[in-house]
Design a protein around this ligand. Sequence first.
Ligand SMILES: [Zn+2]
Length: 320
Amino acid sequence: MIGVGIDIGGTFVKLFVLNDKGVVLHKQKAETDYTKGAAHLIDYLCSFIKQVQTKYVGQSVAVAIGAPGDVDNQNGILRYNPNLKFTNIDDWPIAQQIYEKTGILPYVANDATLAAWGVYETDLHRQGDNVLVVTLGTGVGGGLILNKELYQGSNGTAGEIGHTKIADPATAPLCGCGARGCLEAFVGTIGIKRRVLQAVKEYPVSELAKRIHKSNDFKIEEVFQAAQKGCPFALKIWEDTGYYLGVGIANVVLTLDVDTVVLTGGISGAAPYFMPAIKYVLANQQIKTPFTQLKLLVSKNPNIGGIGAALYAIHHAQNH
Ligand SMILES: [Zn+2]
């Protein structure tokens, strides 16, 4: 069996072809082209799928698509997404549109959910019964494996750890989702940048300030590099990030008693600077049992979204 994994992102669409041994046979990446509309993206995906069908004729092809936002995984519909800039894509029936043109009904799910499956298969080799995967980037996503199966909840939206509340909604900063108090507003890149600009204002003479120049247009790597140089203000930014993440993770561990937590995504490279604070928070819970054996790991595969989708396409086709 051949698995096609498609990761639709706000900036790039990544496509992967894997065999059922998990070997990557092909990968490609294209910029998400908003000028031509959502129908053009569907055409692009369909022509890719048809090429795979032609190339591997005689083998069954399974397709899974990870989309950011609120996805109806039962019906393959992207209900809502604030990050894709196409017009009129609320309740976008992605699965149906692809089925009509290719004869293959793709499995469509939240991107962080399928990335979690990728981490489970490739990093963990399916070790662990109950796993939380947190995807750290502009947004903060999450995916859950419970009893060794992907858990997506009643509506397909399980694992949205980024929008769980860790602060008082009356005073906390605004999240991209429109709410206040969300974890993402503290540990997503926008939240980190907000705290960096505040620190630069308060401490204008520092390694951090030298790199940032008070503009919003800086890269998170600058904060990472300032920490590498020992800047105490940059180190404090990462320590606070770890503290907030620790609170968010502890809430999930207390709710679901998972045995493994994996951090992945763009800022996971700064893990050496925020991991101690996460561990401190987890070690200082009053209910200690779920934390004593908890494994806390970092995964750094930038393609895990597309690979996870391809692996889940195969898993889903073989088990459903
Ligand atoms: Zn939110």
